[in-house]
Design a protein around this ligand. Structure first.
Ligand code: PAF
Length: 305
């Protein structure tokens, strides 16, 4: 029997646990946790009507075990730099690091912090949530796009293809792309136009469509997002953003967004890496984006983060 590929997963939130459960069927998956209390991490994984008990080996971030070959990073954007610096002694230039973070900013910081490492980004629309501790629900089938972000000029290398095949062994739909930045910016726009509304209005994704706050903001907000993204040399029209947001709202109507999940769990939100990142672009270029600025202000006031 060929030896199974070892995959380390950093961050065992809902999405990390979904990938861990799916990849562990045909790979050796090891979770890296901040303070593991046991040798294994156990949870129930619910997919449609089927519940499976998952039990995976785990290590602490400071463990001095072997070098890591493939690392999937699911930590929150604001935790990622610290989490990766804690395991830097286990990374070599041949380690493959795949970032799954929402929002924008942490990818650029990591490329600068780890200039000799292979860094990939994944943009995923898979949905998972954790209604109670120890239970992970696979909430909605999506797709995942993978690309190399450590190269100046984007290209689809053999390595990207290998990693795509490895992630596909999860049975989730995974595709390689050389235009990963385009996808990351589009995902950022979608997150900026959905997540803060779900948090402020405390409702499911689909329900924001009935609220005046969303109805009056979405067109001017899409225009601001398009302008901010074009300042970063990515072509994405306001119409395309709005159409995509409507599509995602329809597909994920019953989902609780990651931001609302954070608010309900009493965790900080990723607002600084979403609408906060758009505000940074506004500041750099001294261009006002008033609808985005107002959303950001309301998030900061209401949730104090
Ligand atoms: O952050 C999220 O929850 C998701 O990216 C999205 C697309 C808003 C759907 O819930």
């Amino acid at each position: 029997m060929p030896k199974k590929q070892t995959i380390h997963i950093l961050g065992a939130g809902a999405l990390g646990s979904l990938w861990a459960a799916k990849l562990s069927k045909s790979n050796e998956v090891i979770l890296i946790l901040r303070n593991p209390t046991h040798k294994t991490h156990n949870y129930q994984f619910i997919e449609q009507e089927l519940t499976t008990d998952v039990s995976l080996p785990c290590e602490s971030a400071t463990s001095t075990n072997n070098l890591i070959d493939v690392l999937l990073v699911f930590t929150k954007s604001y935790d990622t730099l610290l989490a990766l610096s804690q395991i830097e002694h286990r990374l070599s230039p041949s380690s493959k690091i795949i970032l799954f973070q929402n929002g924008m900013g942490c990818q650029q910081t990591l490329i600068k912090t780890l200039p000799h490492h292979r860094i990939y980004a994944a943009s995923t629309t898979e949905g998972a949530n954790s209604p109670t501790k120890g239970t992970i629900i696979y909430a909605g089938k999506g797709e995942t796009w993978l690309g190399d972000i450590s190269k100046e000029k984007p290209e689809c290398t053999i390595e990207t293809e290998h990693l795509t095949a490895l992630l596909s062994s999860s049975t989730l739909d995974v595709f390689s792309t050389k235009d990963i930045w385009q996808r990351l910016w589009l995902k950022l726009a979608i997150n900026c136009a959905i997540n803060p509304f779900t948090a402020l209005l405390n409702c499911k994704n689909g329900e924001i469509r009935e609220h005046q706050l969303f109805k009056s903001s979405i067109t001017p907000l899409s225009q601001e997002l398009s302008s901010a993204i074009q300042l970063n040399k990515i072509e994405l029209s306001a119409e395309d953003i709005q159409t995509k947001v409507e599509e995602v709202l329809e597909k994920t109507a019953n989902n609780i967004s990651s931001m609302l999940q954070d608010v309900r769990a009493g965790k900080p939100t990723e607002i600084d890496f979403m609408n906060g990142y758009i505000q940074t672009i506004a500041n750099e270029h001294t261009i006002p984006f008033p609808v985005n600025a107002e959303l950001l202000k309301r998030m900061k006031t209401q949730f104090n983060n």
